[in-house]
Design a protein around this ligand. Structure first.
Ligand SMILES: Cc1cc2nc3c(=O)[nH]c(=O)nc-3n(C[C@H](O)[C@H](O)[C@H](O)COP(=O)(O)OP(=O)(O)OC[C@H]3O[C@@H](n4cnc5c(N)ncnc54)[C@H](O)[C@@H]3O)c2cc1C
Length: 435
Protein backbone atom coordinates (compact mmCIF):
# COMPACT_ATOMS: atom_id res chain seq x y z
CA UNK A 1 0.00 0.00 0.00
CA UNK A 2 1.37 3.41 -0.94
CA UNK A 3 1.76 5.89 1.90
CA UNK A 4 2.21 9.66 1.70
CA UNK A 5 3.85 12.10 4.12
CA UNK A 6 4.92 15.74 4.08
CA UNK A 7 8.46 14.73 5.00
CA UNK A 8 10.45 11.54 5.32
CA UNK A 9 13.51 11.69 7.55
CA UNK A 10 16.10 9.00 6.96
CA UNK A 11 17.74 8.13 10.28
CA UNK A 12 16.36 8.09 13.83
CA UNK A 13 19.55 9.23 15.56
CA UNK A 14 19.69 12.42 17.60
CA UNK A 15 19.61 14.50 14.39
CA UNK A 16 16.71 12.77 12.63
CA UNK A 17 14.58 12.75 15.79
CA UNK A 18 15.26 16.43 16.50
CA UNK A 19 14.27 17.39 12.95
CA UNK A 20 11.12 15.24 13.16
CA UNK A 21 10.25 16.93 16.45
CA UNK A 22 10.55 20.46 15.07
CA UNK A 23 8.79 19.74 11.76
CA UNK A 24 5.92 17.98 13.54
CA UNK A 25 5.58 20.96 15.90
CA UNK A 26 5.07 23.06 12.78
CA UNK A 27 2.23 20.73 11.73
CA UNK A 28 4.13 18.63 9.19
CA UNK A 29 3.17 14.97 8.81
CA UNK A 30 6.56 13.25 9.19
CA UNK A 31 7.81 9.69 9.00
CA UNK A 32 11.27 8.93 10.39
CA UNK A 33 12.72 5.70 9.02
CA UNK A 34 15.59 3.72 10.52
CA UNK A 35 17.01 0.38 9.54
CA UNK A 36 17.82 -0.40 13.18
CA UNK A 37 15.29 -1.62 15.75
CA UNK A 38 14.96 1.58 17.79
CA UNK A 39 15.92 5.25 17.86
CA UNK A 40 19.41 6.29 18.94
CA UNK A 41 20.97 2.92 18.19
CA UNK A 42 23.28 4.20 15.42
CA UNK A 43 26.45 6.18 16.13
CA UNK A 44 24.64 8.32 18.72
CA UNK A 45 24.63 5.24 20.99
CA UNK A 46 28.40 5.52 21.40
CA UNK A 47 28.74 9.27 21.64
CA UNK A 48 30.73 10.64 24.57
CA UNK A 49 27.91 13.21 24.80
CA UNK A 50 30.19 16.01 25.98
CA UNK A 51 28.27 19.27 26.02
CA UNK A 52 30.83 22.02 25.55
CA UNK A 53 30.39 25.49 24.14
CA UNK A 54 33.87 26.31 22.82
CA UNK A 55 34.49 25.79 19.10
CA UNK A 56 37.02 27.15 16.62
CA UNK A 57 34.48 29.35 14.80
CA UNK A 58 32.12 32.02 16.10
CA UNK A 59 29.07 30.38 14.49
CA UNK A 60 30.03 26.97 15.89
CA UNK A 61 30.39 28.50 19.35
CA UNK A 62 27.08 30.38 19.06
CA UNK A 63 25.18 27.23 18.01
CA UNK A 64 26.70 25.19 20.86
CA UNK A 65 25.95 27.86 23.44
CA UNK A 66 22.33 28.08 22.29
CA UNK A 67 22.00 24.28 22.37
CA UNK A 68 23.40 24.17 25.89
CA UNK A 69 20.38 26.15 27.03
CA UNK A 70 18.10 23.34 25.79
CA UNK A 71 20.10 20.60 27.51
CA UNK A 72 20.04 22.64 30.72
CA UNK A 73 16.23 22.83 30.53
CA UNK A 74 15.68 19.41 28.98
CA UNK A 75 12.30 18.70 30.61
CA UNK A 76 10.96 22.01 29.28
CA UNK A 77 12.38 21.33 25.79
CA UNK A 78 10.87 17.81 25.66
CA UNK A 79 7.57 19.03 27.07
CA UNK A 80 6.07 15.56 27.70
CA UNK A 81 6.63 12.63 30.05
CA UNK A 82 8.72 9.77 28.73
CA UNK A 83 7.86 6.51 30.56
CA UNK A 84 11.59 5.65 30.43
CA UNK A 85 12.50 8.87 32.24
CA UNK A 86 14.50 11.86 31.05
CA UNK A 87 18.18 12.07 30.17
CA UNK A 88 20.12 14.41 32.45
CA UNK A 89 22.79 17.00 31.90
CA UNK A 90 25.58 16.28 34.39
CA UNK A 91 26.58 19.90 34.80
CA UNK A 92 30.24 19.89 35.74
CA UNK A 93 31.58 22.66 33.55
CA UNK A 94 34.40 22.12 31.06
CA UNK A 95 38.17 22.63 31.35
CA UNK A 96 40.31 23.44 28.31
CA UNK A 97 44.08 23.42 28.67
CA UNK A 98 46.09 26.27 27.24
CA UNK A 99 48.71 24.98 24.89
CA UNK A 100 51.01 25.87 22.02
CA UNK A 101 48.59 23.92 19.80
CA UNK A 102 45.70 26.29 20.55
CA UNK A 103 47.73 29.49 20.85
CA UNK A 104 47.04 29.58 24.60
CA UNK A 105 43.28 29.77 23.76
CA UNK A 106 43.48 33.41 22.63
CA UNK A 107 40.96 32.98 19.82
CA UNK A 108 38.58 30.86 21.88
CA UNK A 109 38.60 33.38 24.71
CA UNK A 110 37.92 36.21 22.25
CA UNK A 111 34.92 34.39 20.80
CA UNK A 112 33.54 33.49 24.22
CA UNK A 113 33.78 37.14 25.26
CA UNK A 114 32.04 38.22 22.07
CA UNK A 115 29.15 35.85 22.83
CA UNK A 116 29.02 36.72 26.55
CA UNK A 117 29.95 33.22 27.67
CA UNK A 118 31.44 33.37 31.17
CA UNK A 119 34.74 31.59 31.84
CA UNK A 120 37.51 31.60 34.42
CA UNK A 121 41.11 32.08 33.38
CA UNK A 122 43.14 29.63 35.48
CA UNK A 123 46.83 29.34 36.24
CA UNK A 124 47.97 25.73 36.55
CA UNK A 125 47.93 26.03 40.36
CA UNK A 126 44.24 26.93 40.07
CA UNK A 127 43.72 23.97 37.70
CA UNK A 128 45.18 21.72 40.38
CA UNK A 129 42.80 23.13 42.97
CA UNK A 130 39.94 21.96 40.77
CA UNK A 131 41.54 18.66 39.77
CA UNK A 132 44.57 17.66 41.82
CA UNK A 133 45.43 14.57 39.73
CA UNK A 134 46.56 16.67 36.73
CA UNK A 135 50.24 17.27 35.96
CA UNK A 136 51.41 20.40 34.14
CA UNK A 137 54.23 18.91 32.04
CA UNK A 138 53.98 19.90 28.38
CA UNK A 139 54.55 17.22 25.72
CA UNK A 140 53.48 19.13 22.62
CA UNK A 141 53.25 18.01 19.82
CA UNK A 142 51.20 14.89 20.57
CA UNK A 143 53.06 11.72 19.58
CA UNK A 144 52.51 7.98 19.42
CA UNK A 145 54.25 5.80 22.02
CA UNK A 146 56.46 4.20 19.32
CA UNK A 147 57.95 7.64 18.61
CA UNK A 148 61.33 7.76 20.46
CA UNK A 149 60.41 11.27 21.64
CA UNK A 150 57.10 10.19 23.19
CA UNK A 151 57.07 11.35 26.81
CA UNK A 152 59.92 13.84 26.35
CA UNK A 153 58.86 16.93 28.32
CA UNK A 154 59.14 20.44 26.90
CA UNK A 155 61.04 22.97 28.96
CA UNK A 156 58.00 25.18 29.56
CA UNK A 157 55.10 23.57 31.43
CA UNK A 158 51.42 24.22 30.63
CA UNK A 159 50.38 27.80 31.41
CA UNK A 160 46.93 26.93 32.76
CA UNK A 161 43.44 26.48 31.37
CA UNK A 162 40.07 28.06 31.03
CA UNK A 163 37.11 26.65 32.90
CA UNK A 164 33.49 27.47 32.19
CA UNK A 165 30.46 26.35 34.15
CA UNK A 166 27.98 26.01 31.31
CA UNK A 167 28.95 22.56 30.12
CA UNK A 168 29.06 18.91 31.10
CA UNK A 169 27.83 15.67 29.59
CA UNK A 170 24.60 13.75 29.12
CA UNK A 171 23.95 10.79 31.40
CA UNK A 172 22.38 8.55 28.75
CA UNK A 173 22.49 9.64 25.09
CA UNK A 174 20.26 6.78 23.84
CA UNK A 175 17.61 7.84 26.35
CA UNK A 176 17.95 11.45 25.16
CA UNK A 177 17.06 10.33 21.62
CA UNK A 178 14.10 8.36 22.96
CA UNK A 179 12.96 11.49 24.79
CA UNK A 180 13.01 13.44 21.52
CA UNK A 181 11.18 10.63 19.70
CA UNK A 182 8.42 10.64 22.36
CA UNK A 183 8.22 14.43 22.13
CA UNK A 184 7.93 14.24 18.33
CA UNK A 185 5.27 11.52 18.57
CA UNK A 186 3.25 13.73 20.89
CA UNK A 187 2.97 16.11 17.93
CA UNK A 188 1.93 13.35 15.53
CA UNK A 189 5.35 12.31 14.16
CA UNK A 190 5.53 8.67 13.04
CA UNK A 191 8.49 6.30 13.18
CA UNK A 192 9.26 3.16 11.25
CA UNK A 193 12.06 0.85 12.45
CA UNK A 194 13.77 -2.20 10.93
CA UNK A 195 13.29 -0.56 7.53
CA UNK A 196 16.29 0.25 5.33
CA UNK A 197 15.98 2.92 2.64
CA UNK A 198 17.43 1.49 -0.57
CA UNK A 199 16.55 4.23 -3.06
CA UNK A 200 15.46 7.84 -3.32
CA UNK A 201 12.68 8.29 -5.85
CA UNK A 202 12.00 11.33 -8.00
CA UNK A 203 9.15 12.78 -9.97
CA UNK A 204 10.55 14.92 -12.77
CA UNK A 205 13.37 16.94 -11.25
CA UNK A 206 12.05 16.74 -7.67
CA UNK A 207 12.34 14.19 -4.87
CA UNK A 208 9.12 12.28 -4.31
CA UNK A 209 9.90 9.62 -1.71
CA UNK A 210 11.91 6.53 -0.87
CA UNK A 211 11.94 2.82 -1.63
CA UNK A 212 12.56 0.42 1.24
CA UNK A 213 14.49 -2.84 1.16
CA UNK A 214 11.25 -4.87 1.00
CA UNK A 215 10.07 -2.88 -2.02
CA UNK A 216 7.64 -0.63 -0.17
CA UNK A 217 7.42 2.84 -1.68
CA UNK A 218 6.67 5.78 0.60
CA UNK A 219 5.93 9.19 -0.90
CA UNK A 220 6.78 12.62 0.49
CA UNK A 221 7.45 16.05 -0.98
CA UNK A 222 10.46 16.43 1.31
CA UNK A 223 13.15 13.87 2.18
CA UNK A 224 15.85 14.64 4.77
CA UNK A 225 19.15 12.79 4.95
CA UNK A 226 20.00 12.36 8.66
CA UNK A 227 21.72 9.01 8.17
CA UNK A 228 24.85 9.78 10.22
CA UNK A 229 27.92 7.88 8.97
CA UNK A 230 25.77 6.51 6.11
CA UNK A 231 25.11 10.05 4.86
CA UNK A 232 27.31 9.67 1.77
CA UNK A 233 25.49 6.44 0.82
CA UNK A 234 22.12 8.25 0.90
CA UNK A 235 23.52 11.25 -1.01
CA UNK A 236 24.74 8.86 -3.71
CA UNK A 237 21.26 7.25 -3.87
CA UNK A 238 19.83 10.75 -4.41
CA UNK A 239 22.45 11.41 -7.10
CA UNK A 240 23.54 14.69 -5.51
CA UNK A 241 26.99 13.92 -4.10
CA UNK A 242 28.79 15.24 -7.18
CA UNK A 243 27.00 18.58 -6.89
CA UNK A 244 28.41 19.21 -3.39
CA UNK A 245 31.67 21.10 -2.85
CA UNK A 246 31.93 19.72 0.69
CA UNK A 247 31.41 15.98 1.01
CA UNK A 248 31.19 13.50 3.86
CA UNK A 249 32.98 10.25 4.74
CA UNK A 250 32.83 7.75 7.61
CA UNK A 251 35.80 7.76 9.98
CA UNK A 252 36.43 5.07 12.61
CA UNK A 253 37.20 6.24 16.15
CA UNK A 254 37.97 4.53 19.45
CA UNK A 255 37.15 5.70 22.96
CA UNK A 256 39.03 4.10 25.88
CA UNK A 257 37.48 3.67 29.35
CA UNK A 258 40.12 3.75 32.09
CA UNK A 259 40.03 3.53 35.88
CA UNK A 260 40.49 6.78 37.82
CA UNK A 261 43.61 6.95 40.04
CA UNK A 262 43.20 5.28 43.42
CA UNK A 263 41.66 7.58 46.02
CA UNK A 264 40.22 10.00 43.43
CA UNK A 265 36.42 10.19 43.21
CA UNK A 266 36.57 11.36 39.61
CA UNK A 267 33.02 10.25 38.80
CA UNK A 268 31.49 12.71 41.29
CA UNK A 269 33.99 15.54 40.96
CA UNK A 270 35.59 15.44 37.50
CA UNK A 271 34.68 17.58 34.51
CA UNK A 272 34.99 17.07 30.74
CA UNK A 273 38.42 18.31 29.68
CA UNK A 274 40.21 19.03 26.42
CA UNK A 275 43.98 19.08 26.07
CA UNK A 276 45.53 19.81 22.67
CA UNK A 277 49.01 19.52 24.20
CA UNK A 278 48.58 15.73 24.35
CA UNK A 279 45.81 15.53 21.68
CA UNK A 280 43.22 14.10 24.08
CA UNK A 281 39.84 14.82 25.59
CA UNK A 282 38.35 13.03 28.56
CA UNK A 283 35.39 13.03 30.93
CA UNK A 284 34.01 11.11 33.94
CA UNK A 285 32.19 7.85 33.25
CA UNK A 286 30.17 5.55 35.53
CA UNK A 287 32.16 3.12 37.68
CA UNK A 288 34.64 5.92 38.55
CA UNK A 289 36.07 5.63 35.09
CA UNK A 290 37.69 8.12 32.78
CA UNK A 291 36.60 7.99 29.18
CA UNK A 292 39.13 9.36 26.68
CA UNK A 293 39.21 10.03 22.94
CA UNK A 294 41.71 11.40 20.44
CA UNK A 295 41.64 15.03 19.28
CA UNK A 296 42.95 13.83 15.91
CA UNK A 297 46.59 14.95 16.06
CA UNK A 298 48.49 14.63 12.77
CA UNK A 299 50.40 11.55 13.96
CA UNK A 300 47.18 9.49 14.30
CA UNK A 301 46.41 7.71 11.01
CA UNK A 302 42.86 8.27 9.76
CA UNK A 303 40.81 5.08 9.36
CA UNK A 304 38.30 6.01 6.63
CA UNK A 305 35.58 3.39 6.20
CA UNK A 306 34.13 2.68 2.74
CA UNK A 307 31.28 0.50 4.01
CA UNK A 308 29.72 1.86 7.23
CA UNK A 309 27.87 -1.46 7.71
CA UNK A 310 31.16 -3.32 8.05
CA UNK A 311 33.96 -2.02 10.21
CA UNK A 312 36.07 -3.37 13.04
CA UNK A 313 34.12 -2.80 16.26
CA UNK A 314 36.96 -4.11 18.44
CA UNK A 315 39.42 -1.84 20.16
CA UNK A 316 42.92 -1.89 18.68
CA UNK A 317 46.32 -0.51 19.65
CA UNK A 318 44.81 2.97 19.19
CA UNK A 319 42.97 2.67 22.52
CA UNK A 320 46.31 2.03 24.27
CA UNK A 321 47.86 5.01 22.48
CA UNK A 322 45.06 7.20 23.84
CA UNK A 323 45.45 5.73 27.33
CA UNK A 324 49.21 6.34 27.36
CA UNK A 325 48.73 9.90 26.16
CA UNK A 326 46.27 10.59 28.97
CA UNK A 327 48.67 9.02 31.48
CA UNK A 328 51.03 11.87 30.62
CA UNK A 329 48.52 14.35 32.06
CA UNK A 330 47.26 12.01 34.83
CA UNK A 331 50.41 10.15 35.93
CA UNK A 332 48.63 8.29 38.77
CA UNK A 333 46.08 6.76 36.38
CA UNK A 334 46.57 2.99 36.02
CA UNK A 335 46.68 1.70 32.43
CA UNK A 336 45.19 -1.84 32.44
CA UNK A 337 46.69 -4.54 30.21
CA UNK A 338 43.22 -5.07 28.65
CA UNK A 339 41.63 -1.75 27.83
CA UNK A 340 37.87 -1.45 27.53
CA UNK A 341 35.89 1.09 25.55
CA UNK A 342 33.80 1.63 22.45
CA UNK A 343 34.35 1.96 18.71
CA UNK A 344 32.11 3.83 16.29
CA UNK A 345 32.07 6.04 13.22
CA UNK A 346 32.11 9.80 12.79
CA UNK A 347 30.37 11.25 9.73
CA UNK A 348 33.17 13.64 8.77
CA UNK A 349 32.90 16.55 6.32
CA UNK A 350 35.91 17.87 4.40
CA UNK A 351 36.43 20.67 6.93
CA UNK A 352 34.92 18.98 10.01
CA UNK A 353 32.04 21.49 10.01
CA UNK A 354 28.60 19.99 9.35
CA UNK A 355 26.36 20.42 6.31
CA UNK A 356 22.88 21.61 7.27
CA UNK A 357 21.51 22.47 3.89
CA UNK A 358 19.23 21.95 0.92
CA UNK A 359 20.60 20.13 -2.12
CA UNK A 360 20.55 20.43 -5.89
CA UNK A 361 17.62 17.99 -5.89
CA UNK A 362 14.54 20.08 -4.96
CA UNK A 363 12.88 18.73 -1.81
CA UNK A 364 15.99 16.79 -0.67
CA UNK A 365 17.74 18.20 2.44
CA UNK A 366 20.61 17.07 4.62
CA UNK A 367 21.81 17.29 8.21
CA UNK A 368 25.11 15.48 7.77
CA UNK A 369 28.87 15.76 8.29
CA UNK A 370 28.53 16.01 12.05
CA UNK A 371 32.25 15.21 12.35
CA UNK A 372 32.26 13.68 15.84
CA UNK A 373 31.10 16.90 17.49
CA UNK A 374 27.42 17.64 16.88
CA UNK A 375 25.43 15.54 19.36
CA UNK A 376 25.34 18.58 21.62
CA UNK A 377 23.93 20.77 18.85
CA UNK A 378 20.95 18.59 17.95
CA UNK A 379 18.26 20.74 19.62
CA UNK A 380 19.36 23.77 17.56
CA UNK A 381 19.91 21.70 14.41
CA UNK A 382 16.33 20.41 14.60
CA UNK A 383 15.05 23.98 14.77
CA UNK A 384 17.41 25.31 12.08
CA UNK A 385 16.59 22.50 9.66
CA UNK A 386 12.83 22.89 10.13
CA UNK A 387 13.17 26.63 9.51
CA UNK A 388 15.41 26.11 6.45
CA UNK A 389 13.06 23.50 4.97
CA UNK A 390 10.04 25.71 5.49
CA UNK A 391 11.79 28.73 3.95
CA UNK A 392 13.04 26.78 0.91
CA UNK A 393 9.69 25.06 0.36
CA UNK A 394 8.11 28.52 0.39
CA UNK A 395 10.36 29.50 -2.50
CA UNK A 396 13.46 30.98 -0.85
CA UNK A 397 16.63 30.60 -2.90
CA UNK A 398 18.86 29.71 0.06
CA UNK A 399 22.01 29.30 -2.08
CA UNK A 400 21.86 32.95 -3.17
CA UNK A 401 19.82 34.48 -0.36
CA UNK A 402 20.91 32.50 2.71
CA UNK A 403 18.51 31.81 5.54
CA UNK A 404 19.38 33.62 8.77
CA UNK A 405 18.43 31.69 11.88
CA UNK A 406 17.86 33.65 15.07
CA UNK A 407 19.13 31.88 18.19
CA UNK A 408 16.30 32.89 20.47
CA UNK A 409 17.85 32.04 23.84
CA UNK A 410 21.24 33.68 23.32
CA UNK A 411 20.41 36.33 20.74
CA UNK A 412 22.94 35.60 17.97
CA UNK A 413 21.85 35.57 14.31
CA UNK A 414 23.34 32.59 12.51
CA UNK A 415 23.81 32.86 8.76
CA UNK A 416 23.15 29.31 7.54
CA UNK A 417 25.53 29.67 4.60
CA UNK A 418 28.12 28.70 7.24
CA UNK A 419 26.76 25.14 6.84
CA UNK A 420 26.37 25.20 3.05
CA UNK A 421 27.37 22.22 0.91
CA UNK A 422 28.67 24.80 -1.59
CA UNK A 423 31.06 26.61 0.79
CA UNK A 424 34.80 26.70 0.35
CA UNK A 425 36.72 24.70 2.97
CA UNK A 426 36.47 26.77 6.17
CA UNK A 427 40.08 27.49 7.14
CA UNK A 428 39.00 28.64 10.62
CA UNK A 429 38.15 25.02 11.47
CA UNK A 430 40.34 22.93 13.76
CA UNK A 431 40.05 20.10 11.16
CA UNK A 432 39.48 17.76 14.08
CA UNK A 433 36.77 16.54 16.42
CA UNK A 434 36.96 19.96 18.06
CA UNK A 435 35.03 21.33 15.07
C1 LIG B 1 32.85 7.79 19.54
C2 LIG B 1 32.09 9.06 19.36
C3 LIG B 1 32.18 10.07 20.33
C4 LIG B 1 31.48 11.27 20.15
N1 LIG B 1 31.52 12.21 21.13
C5 LIG B 1 30.78 13.35 21.01
C6 LIG B 1 30.72 14.28 22.07
O1 LIG B 1 31.31 14.08 23.13
N2 LIG B 1 29.94 15.39 21.91
C7 LIG B 1 29.27 15.64 20.74
O2 LIG B 1 28.60 16.68 20.64
N3 LIG B 1 29.30 14.76 19.72
C8 LIG B 1 30.02 13.62 19.83
N4 LIG B 1 30.04 12.69 18.83
C9 LIG B 1 29.31 12.99 17.60
C10 LIG B 1 27.84 12.71 17.75
O3 LIG B 1 27.62 11.54 18.48
C11 LIG B 1 27.23 12.62 16.36
O4 LIG B 1 27.47 13.86 15.69
C12 LIG B 1 25.73 12.39 16.41
O5 LIG B 1 25.39 11.37 17.33
C13 LIG B 1 25.25 12.00 15.02
O6 LIG B 1 23.87 11.78 15.07
P1 LIG B 1 23.09 11.35 13.76
O7 LIG B 1 21.67 11.31 14.13
O8 LIG B 1 23.54 12.22 12.64
O9 LIG B 1 23.69 9.90 13.41
P2 LIG B 1 23.29 8.43 13.94
O10 LIG B 1 23.06 8.41 15.40
O11 LIG B 1 24.34 7.51 13.41
O12 LIG B 1 21.91 8.13 13.25
C14 LIG B 1 21.79 7.84 11.87
C15 LIG B 1 20.77 6.76 11.72
O13 LIG B 1 20.53 6.56 10.33
C16 LIG B 1 20.21 5.20 10.14
N5 LIG B 1 20.40 4.86 8.73
C17 LIG B 1 21.54 4.93 8.01
N6 LIG B 1 21.32 4.50 6.73
C18 LIG B 1 20.00 4.17 6.66
C19 LIG B 1 19.18 3.65 5.62
N7 LIG B 1 19.65 3.41 4.39
N8 LIG B 1 17.90 3.39 5.90
C20 LIG B 1 17.39 3.63 7.15
N9 LIG B 1 18.13 4.11 8.16
C21 LIG B 1 19.42 4.38 7.92
C22 LIG B 1 21.17 4.50 11.06
O14 LIG B 1 20.69 3.20 11.37
C23 LIG B 1 21.22 5.42 12.27
O15 LIG B 1 20.36 5.02 13.30
C24 LIG B 1 30.72 11.47 18.98
C25 LIG B 1 30.61 10.47 18.02
C26 LIG B 1 31.27 9.27 18.21
C27 LIG B 1 31.14 8.18 17.19
Amino acid sequence: MNQTYDAIIIGAGIMGCSIAYELSKKGWKTLTIDKLAASGHGSTANTCAVIRVHYSTIDGTAAAYESYKYWENWAEYIGVQDPLGLAKLIKRGVMVMKSTANDQLKKIKRMMKELDIAYEDLTFDMVKEKCSMLDDTSYHPPRRPDDPEFGTPNERPLQGAIYYEEGGYISDPVLSVHNVQIAAESHGAQFKFNAAVMDIIKNGNRVSGVTLEDGTIIYARVVVNAAGPHSFVINRMAGIEKTMKIKTRALRHEVAHLPAPEGVDYESTGCPSSDSDIGAYWRPEVGNHILTGSEDPECDPKEWVDNPDEFNRNLTEQARVQALRLAQRIPAMPVPSRIQGVVDLYDVSDDWIPIYDKSDLPGFYMAVGTSGNQYKNAPVVGKMMAHLIEQCENGRDHDNDPVIFHLEKTGHDLNMKFYSRLREINQESSFSVLG
